[in-house]
Design a protein around this ligand. Sequence first.
Ligand SMILES: Nc1ncnc2c1ncn2[C@@H]1O[C@H](COP(=O)(O)OP(=O)(O)O)[C@@H](O)[C@H]1O
Ligand SMILES: [Mg+2]
Length: 304
Amino acid sequence: MEFQSIEEVMNRLEKVGYIASKQIATVVFLAAATKKPILVEGPAGSGKTELARALAKCLKRKKIRLQCYEGLDEAKALYEWEYAKQLLYTQMIKEKINDLLAGATSIAEAVERIADQEDAFFSERFILARPLLQAISSDNPVVLLIDEIDKADPEFEAFLLELLSDFQVSIPELGVKKAVHIPLVVLTSNNYRDMSDALKRRCIHLYIDYPKPELEKRIVGLKIPDIDSRLVDRLVSAVNNIRNLDLKKRPCISETLDWAQSLMVLQIDDLTPQVISDTLNVICKYKADADLVRAAAEKILCST
Ligand SMILES: Nc1ncnc2c1ncn2[C@@H]1O[C@H](COP(=O)(O)OP(=O)(O)O)[C@@H](O)[C@H]1O
Ligand SMILES: [Mg+2]
């Protein structure tokens, strides 16, 4: 057993810089105990990718990451034949190949002789293992992060489903490769599109929402230890109020951290409407959002 209790998950994650809510720690505990993948959804900057990093660190496992994007296919995710290397080898053993073909009376015969040597070229030596194959063939158990799965095409999701249920892959030239160790899999999604029910069924689902103020204060305190705790209180409740505005992109934990860091660098120890106006580029990524926040600056602060 990787973890003995939910509390142990929380403690070990905190030691490596990740503050997990009870909900997050429970999911991690169950996933580790049942060897099921975790599907983490939630807004950008809520700590989805970071959870995988922290898990690898606290379990002292290597993290293997597959970043998903439109058009990602098996060749880039699983394995491909190293064509350039095969070609290089054929160049280098040209003489041997000439010997092999010596005396062949027809093209068909020459092809036949070459074909007999196929195994030499479609062997482990010429396979380029991509993240998924690396994760299942690693000698030590790893954490496999499949990041932003919602960016990949639905066909890729279907292919992944198979891998996540059997933890084995079939390579026609080499046969079936079973996982040496079942990796701890973390899939993340920013909800660009809905994941299939089949994928959700296969995984333990975790939704990381905007953090409660208590949790967010602890995260800021952990990441920026020198910050004044009164400023943290003001900052976190201001961010909470900002999240209630009708914004295109609401600030998440990463923006709160960036904002806190910026105030530290600027040696500002209190929030005022002027400070908000001067620094809001750190938390707002759209002009319309910045305008909204600037207009509401007084209101954002008055309830803090
Ligand atoms: N629970 C947490 N504990 C500590 N740091 C966190 C936590 N959640 C988010 N962060 C911080 O917020 C930043 C953004 O997190 P990230 O995992 O990249 O977001 P996401 O992948 O959800 O878009 C990271 O730099 C991380 O340090
Ligand atoms: Mg991420």
